[in-house]
Design a protein around this ligand. Structure first.
Ligand code: ASP
Length: 342
C-alpha cells in the first residue's frame, strides 16, 4: 500500500466516523407521532373547563398508548390502528362510539389507513354496525386485493374478517343525538356550522424502524345526506403515507379536502417541490384548500422525524410526541389558524 492509498483510506474512515457521529444521529428522533381529534371554529371560551380537561385526558391517554407502543418497537401501522381504536371507543370524538347521526338518524362510518413502507392502503365508507372502522380498513389493506369498500359490501367484508359488531345503542350518544335534533330543526339545505361537525380522529406516525403510516376515522358530518362521503376515507384527501416523504391525516370540511386532494398535496410538495413538511402542510391548507373556502387542518410527520400540526380554523384538538418532547393543545395560535412544527 503506498502513501496515497493509506491517506485515502484514513480520510474515508474519518468521513465514515464523522457521518455516524452520535451528534448527527441525535438530530433524528427515534419516533414521531401526531394525533388529532377534529378541527373547528372554537376558542377557549366555547369549551368549559371540565370539558377541556376531559379532552386533555383523552388525548393524553391516546398519546401515551402510542408512545408506549413506539418505544417497544411496534410498527407505525400497528400504532396508528391502536391509537385510533382508543379514540373510536371514546364518545368525546366523532368516530366509532361518538359518531354523529346522518339525516336519516343513522350512523355511516368512514375510515382509512395507509402504510408508507409498502404504499398500500385500505378504506371503508358508510360502514354500519362495527365498533372499529379503522381495524376494518386495516383488514382491507392487509387482506384484500381491493383498497376501498362501501356500505353493505364494507359490512360483508367486516363480518367475514370477524370484526367486533356493535348495535345502534353503542353509537347512540346524547351529544351526537342533540346535534342531530338541532340540525333536523333547521330548514332544508341550510349549511350546518363547522363547530357542529368537529371530532374526526386521526394519527400519523414514524416508527423506530423508519416506517411511516397514517389513519383517519370519522362519523362524517352531522346530518349528512344519504350516502355522502367525506375526505376521511379517501386516500389522498384525508389520509396519506409514503416513506419517501410523510404521513398525513386530515380533518375539516371534507368536500374541500377532496377538491384539493390535501394529504397527497402535502406529499407532492415534499417529493417534487422539495418543500419542508411544515411548508408543505401550510401550502396545502392555506394556499389551496383554504382559498376555496374550506376549513380544517392536518397533522403530519416526515420521514426525518419532523412533526407539523397546521389548521386554518381557530381550534384543532391535537397531541404530538417524539422521543424528546411531547405536547397537547386545542386552541389556535390565532383565530386565523395555526402552523405548529416540532
Ligand atoms: N372531514 C370529515 C368529513 O368531512 C369531518 C371532520 O373532519 O370533521 O366527513
Amino acid at each position: 500500500m503506498n502513501y496515497t492509498t493509506v491517506s485515502f483510506l484514513l480520510l474515508s474512515f474519518s468521513f465514515y466516523l464523522f457521518s455516524c457521529s452520535p451528534k448527527q444521529q441525535e438530530q433524528k428522533p427515534s419516533f414521531a407521532i401526531a394525533i388529532h381529534g377534529g378541527a373547528g371554529h372554537f376558542g377557549e371560551e366555547d369549551i368549559s373547563a371540565d370539558m377541556q380537561s376531559m379532552y386533555r385526558t383523552s388525548l393524553n391517554n391516546a398519546l401515551t398508548a402510542g408512545e408506549d407502543l413506539l418505544s417497544q418497537g411496534s410498527s407505525a401501522v400497528e400504532v396508528v390502528e391502536a391509537v385510533i381504536r382508543i379514540l373510536e371507543d371514546d364518545s368525546l370524538f366523532n368516530a366509532g362510539r361518538g359518531a354523529v347521526f346522518t339525516s336519516e338518524a343513522k350512523h355511516e362510518l368512514d375510515a382509512s389507513i395507509a402504510d408508507g413502507s409498502s404504499r398500500n392502503c385500505g378504506a371503508v365508507t358508510g360502514l354500519n354496525g362495527f365498533k372499529h372502522p379503522i381495524s376494518v380498513a386495516r383488514s382491507v389493506m392487509d387482506s384484500s386485493e381491493h383498497v376501498f369498500f362501501s356500505g353493505h359490501g364494507a359490512g360483508v367484508f367486516a363480518e367475514k374478517f370477524s370484526h367486533e359488531p356493535a348495535d345502534a345503542s353503542w353509537f347512540h350518544t346524547h351529544k351526537a343525538y342533540s346535534r342531530y335534533k338541532k340540525a333536523a330543526e333547521r330548514s332544508g339545505d341550510e349549511v350546518i356550522p363547522l363547530e357542529e361537525k368537529r371530532g374526526t380522529v386521526g394519527c400519523a406516525v414514524l416508527d423506530k424502524h423508519g416506517n411511516l403510516a397514517a389513519g383517519t376515522s370519522t362519523g362524517g358530518m352531522t346530518y349528512k345526506k344519504h350516502g355522502r362521503i367525506g375526505d376521511s376515507p379517501v386516500i389522498g384527501a384525508g389520509t396519506w403515507a409514503d416513506n419517501r416523504t410523510c404521513a398525513v391525516s386530515a380533518t375539516g370540511w371534507g368536500e374541500y379536502f377532496i377538491r384539493t386532494g390535501v394529504t397527497q398535496d402535502v406529499h407532492s410538495r415534499m417529493l417534487h417541490g422539495k418543500e419542508s413538511l411544515s411548508d408543505a402542510c401550510e401550502g396545502a391548507i392555506f394556499d389551496e384548500m383554504g382559498k376555496l373556502g374550506g376549513d380544517g387542518g392536518v397533522v403530519a410527520v416526515s420521514s426525518n422525524g419532523k412533526i407539523a400540526l397546521v389548521c386554518n380554523s381557530n381550534g384543532m384538538f391535537r397531541a404530538w410526541s417524539n422521543s424528546e418532547n411531547r405536547g397537547i393543545a386545542m386552541f389556535g395560535e390565532s383565530p386565523d389558524g395555526t402552523i405548529e412544527s416540532h
